[in-house]
Design a binder for this molecule. Structure first.
Ligand code: ME8
Length: 507
């Protein structure tokens, strides 16, 4: 059965920024890891959230036609993903007719069940978030996300009986403490649910015209978050799946939208008699000069396309995962990203490949037959280096599986440190100055095979660089499979390229 991974569907009130790119990078790595390790496909869903007051206000500010405005922004997200090496399978838009129909039918179902009813709501509202806050959630009377004052808003509204599902949610979180990664969020949500009754959730808006209308009550527009969350289901439908595959779905989200995914989404699914997703992976925020990258902070808006052009798609992705643990926040300093790329991808990996392959071409006409190397009498140093790398691969497998991509990059880098240390101790370039032919063959063969092993395991993180290296080693990358042991195979290479050029630091 297929595995599914989703990014949030992004608001189209601004151009894509580096924070959005990060969610996509995570989904892309997850998808490639899955394809490499398991014999099953992994469907990657992304899309755009196109309704709501926030979008309408941006359109008014831009003085353009709404359809043109949205079309341009959607296009920016659609072209972003291939440029960043994120292979989306389904791109869902909340303005699609299929989505409109799905939302209205879910709505009707919940009204029929009595879970949604017409009432009245007064609360503290943040326009930026398009949501009400409780006093408890505010910080200095301001929205905790936007730090701007909230307004008192009261209106006739449809309400969803959230508390009906509180006990089921508590039971769910008690039985699935790992539903959210990192798991401390599961505990926090459980504690919150246990605190007492949940307020009914306002699920429609009057005075917001841009959205999906409540069936048979056109003055009301369905709350944009109900619209947005169910887009995951529309996407599955577009791919030809029924909702049962939700149980195979991992949602990747930033910590800003945890409550919607950890409480509202499961409650709505329970109300609609639908299964719950497999997992929520919650990531931290990227900041610039300590400020969250956000559309409301224009000075933080780094274009992921520009940065990826500068650092390469593999370089940027690798450096972001190497810089911080997924759940933590991290500050972007471009020269630090460049340092990591130069140290790990250029010096440690690409240069080792180039030097080793150059020796193989020059001294052995591009091939070393493994049968000339007696594997039982390999030098201790060779054996030890192989052992280190095999151990690293085991760790990296575990780190991918547990979404610890930061540790995965560290273990990979350390394995390469061992390879480089080995290469320098064995000095294979001294072949005509006292090094025996057989000893150099052993070194080059070991390095080539370890490079193959380490390229395969790093493929989910740096697909372009590792594909080039693997192709140079004669590997068919379309049939690539995870490998945990280093079996010393014969090597034939035709060329020795520089696969990654040093990046110049910013002045
Ligand atoms: O919230 N660092 O859309 P959105 C890391 N439409 N990730 C960041 C980030 C940052 N500084 N800023 C944004 C919405 N993100 C809704 C989602 S889903 C059914 C509806 C990422 O355009 C992160 O994944 O505001 C965050 O959750 C998402 O972008 C918010 O994007």
């Amino acid at each position: 059965m297929t595995n599914i991974v989703t990014t949030p569907i992004f608001y189209v009130n601004g151009a894509p920024h580096l924070g959005h790119a990060y969610s996509g990078y995570l989904a892309g790595v997850y998808k490639r890891f899955h394809a490499l390790v398991y014999d099953e496909s992994c469907l990657l869903i992304s899309g755009t959230d196109e309704h709501g007051q926030k979008i309408l206000e941006s359109v008014v500010r831009s003085k353009t036609d709404i359809n043109q405005f949205i079309k341009d922004k959607v296009q920016a997200f659609k072209t972003l993903w291939p440029e960043l090496g994120v292979q989306t399978d389904i791109f869902v838009r909340t303005t699609e007719e299929q989505h409109h129909d799905l939302i209205q039918s879910v709505w009707n179902k919940l009204v029929e069940k009595g879970d949604i009813y017409l009432g009245y709501y007064q609360g503290l509202y943040c326009l930026g978030c398009e949501q009400y806050y409780t006093n408890y959630e505010l910080q200095d009377n301001c929205c905790p996300i936007h730090k701007t004052p909230v307004e008192i808003k009261s209106e006739e509204t449809y309400l969803f009986r959230l508390d009906t599902y509180r006990k089921q949610l508590i039971a769910f979180y008690q039985h699935s403490p790992d539903f959210i990664t990192p798991s401390h969020y599961s505990q926090a949500i459980l504690d919150y649910l246990k605190q007492g009754p949940l307020e009914d959730l306002s699920v429609s808006r009057v005075n917001v015209s841009w959205g999906i209308k409540v069936p048979d009550h056109q003055e009301h527009t369905i709350y944009v978050w109900i619209d947005a969350l169910f887009s995951y289901l529309t996407a599955l439908k577009k791919a030809g799946y029924d909702p049962s595959v939700l149980t195979k779905t991992t949602h990747i989200i930033g910590k800003d939208i945890l409550k919607f995914h950890a409480i509202y989404w499961p409650a709505l699914l329970l109300a609609a008699n639908l299964p719950l997703p497999k997992k929520l992976l919650v990531h931290g925020w990227w900041t610039i000069n300590g400020q969250k990258i956000s559309k409301s902070n224009p000075e933080t808006l780094i274009s992921p396309n520009d940065l990826s052009d500068k650092l390469t798609s593999d370089g940027l992705r690798y450096a972001l995962f190497r810089q911080k643990k997924i759940a933590r926040d991290g500050n972007i300093i471009i020269n630090e990203l460049i340092e990591v790329i130069n140290a790990d991808l250029v010096n440690n990996f690409a240069n080792l490949v180039k030097r080793n392959h150059t020796i193989i071409l020059k001294c052995f006409l591009g091939s070393i037959d493994s049968k000339f190397i007696d594997q039982s009498t390999l030098s201790n140093l060779s054996k030890l280096t192989i052992k280190h790398c095999e151990q690293a691969v085991k760790e990296i497998f575990y780190f991918y599986k547990t979404f610890n991509f930061y540790q995965a990059t560290l273990s990979w880098k350390e394995a390469l440190d061992h390879c480089n240390g080995y290469f320098h101790q064995r000095t294979p370039w001294k072949i005509n100055k006292g090094k025996s032919n057989i000893s150099v063959q052993e070194t080059c063969l070991v390095i080539s095979n370890l490079v193959r092993l380490l390229a395969i395991v790093a493929y989910p993180l740096i697909p372009s660089l590792t594909s080039q290296v693997l192709q140079e080693l004669g590997e068919d990358i379309t049939t690539l499979q995870w490998q945990s042991a280093c079996d010393l195979r014969s090597i034939t290479i035709k060329e020795a390229h520089s696969h990654f050029k040093r990046l110049a630091k910013e002045q």
